[in-house]
Design a protein around this ligand. Structure first.
Ligand SMILES: NC(=O)c1ccc[n+]([C@@H]2O[C@H](COP(=O)([O-])OP(=O)(O)OC[C@H]3O[C@@H](n4cnc5c(N)ncnc54)[C@H](O)[C@@H]3O)[C@@H](O)[C@H]2O)c1
Length: 357
């Protein structure tokens, strides 16, 4: 997997200093940290290691994992010498001065590792979702990074994806009129019986693990959340986290979202149906449809939906764009488009369903 380098967009290259934040290290060399790069069907790069190894402005120099087999696989896959792959993240942070640190461990350790990485001198930290297990932890992560001038970003990746950026721009320009209703789901099977269903490691079930993406992208598209009400269900008495969560989320702009997470399905599906006064967009992992309004073809004096081509922005795609965006955020001192505060507010929405805020 070594050797293929993705070029960043020329437009952004002109604004990014070439010598800024080159060297990257990964803590947590598991699926999203490194291993998913072997998935033949995924668009590449699709992991933290792949992102930094293949981007023309960054260099992957080190990794860390508590699991020896994962360390060996990381070293082999990315051509990183064993001396630069560590068991203890504190040792790595003290010996390796990486500009960019990715945190892709289980959720319970995100806060502690992000804070240590910031104190060790990292300039940019890309932390996996969910950001943390509690709001206190998330607050401390934001405070420490702010006080040290570190750019903290949470990997709610849809914020960097061209399709979601295009939908946000379209909504902001009034393309859907006023948003009234969003119906969203992230449907999965019952949580796996590994770290995912140990609350001390994961912090919760599908509402937190996958739902965090849904709550975050709804905030991204619709703005400030003013109320979240929800419920959880568990259909297996041995399961320690929920298998299903449902919620109603109200936004400051008057829009209301209806949400389902988990739901004991035999498939995975992530989808949002965004309904405004002038149109509707259905966007998800398997769908992108836009309906505008026009005169009905079936009834006189009626207005109905007509499906149209959605006007996608002419901008760079997802994973390469993350590096460009993080570097530009750090260089200019602005927050990332997927900031620590954004991660914290997605967490707050989920914890409201759990009754933990
Ligand atoms: N953004 C996404 O689309 C996406 C996709 C998958 C996972 N995730 C998130 O990424 C995180 C990891 O998930 P995963 O599926 O890759 O899990 P995983 O179990 O495959 O990988 C996590 C790795 O972290 C290591 N680890 C745990 N604690 C550690 C520590 N203290 N120090 C060093 N290494 C440690 C484990 O040994 C493991 O190899 C979770 O927070 C998950 O929610 C995000």
């Amino acid at each position: 997997m070594v050797g293929v380098r993705v070029q960043t967009s020329d437009r952004l290259l002109m604004t990014i200093s070439q010598d800024l934040c080159r060297q990257a290290a990964i803590i947590g060399c598991g699926r999203i940290g490194s291993i998913l790069e072997h998935d033949r069907l995924r668009r590449k790069p699709c992991t933290h290691a792949g992102l930094f190894a293949k981007h023309s402005l960054t260099e992957l120099i080190a990794g860390c994992d508590i699991d020896a087999s994962r360390r060996a696989a990381f070293s082999r896959d990315w051509g990183i010498p064993a001396s630069m792959v560590f068991e203890d993240y504190r040792e790595m942070l003290s010996k390796v001065k990486a500009d960019i640190v990715s945190v892709a461990t289980w959720t319970e350790s995100h806060a502690e590792i992000v804070i240590e990485a910031a104190r060790s001198g990292a300039k940019i930290i890309l932390c996996e979702k969910p950001m943390a297990i509690s709001i206190d932890e998330a607050d401390r992560m934001v405070e420490v990074c702010d006080s040290l001038g570190v750019t903290l970003a949470i990997h709610h990746e849809r914020r960097w994806e061209l399709s979601y950026r295009s939908v946000k721009s379209f909504i902001e320009k009034g393309g859907l009129g006023e948003i009234r209703t969003i119906i969203g789901h992230v449907l999965t099977g019952t949580p796996k019986k590994d770290w995912h269903s140990i609350p001390q490691l994961s912090g919760g079930g599908p509402a937190l693990h996958d739902g965090t993406h849904l709550f975050d992208v709804m905030r991204y598209l619709c703005g400030k959340v003013v109320e979240v009400k929800g419920e959880t269900e568990r259909h297996d008495s041995e399961l320690k986290v929920e298998d299903t969560a449902r919620a109603v989320m109200r936004f400051e702009n008057g829009a209301v979202a209806y949400i389902e997470c988990g739901g004991r399905r035999k498939y995975f599906d992530f989808e949002l149906d965004i309904q405004g006064t002038l149109g509707r967009i259905i966007i998800g992992n398997a769908v992108m449809r836009y309906f505008g309004v026009g005169p009905s073809q079936r009834y006189e004096n009626f207005t109905e939906f007509t499906e149209r081509q959605f006007p996608m922005l002419d901008e760079p795609q997802y994973f390469p764009f993350i590096v460009d965006e993080l570097m530009s955020a750090h260089r200019t001192g602005r927050r990332s488009i997927s900031s620590g505060e954004d991660g914290r507010e997605a967490l707050r929405a989920v914890l409201a369903i759990y009754g933990r805020v």
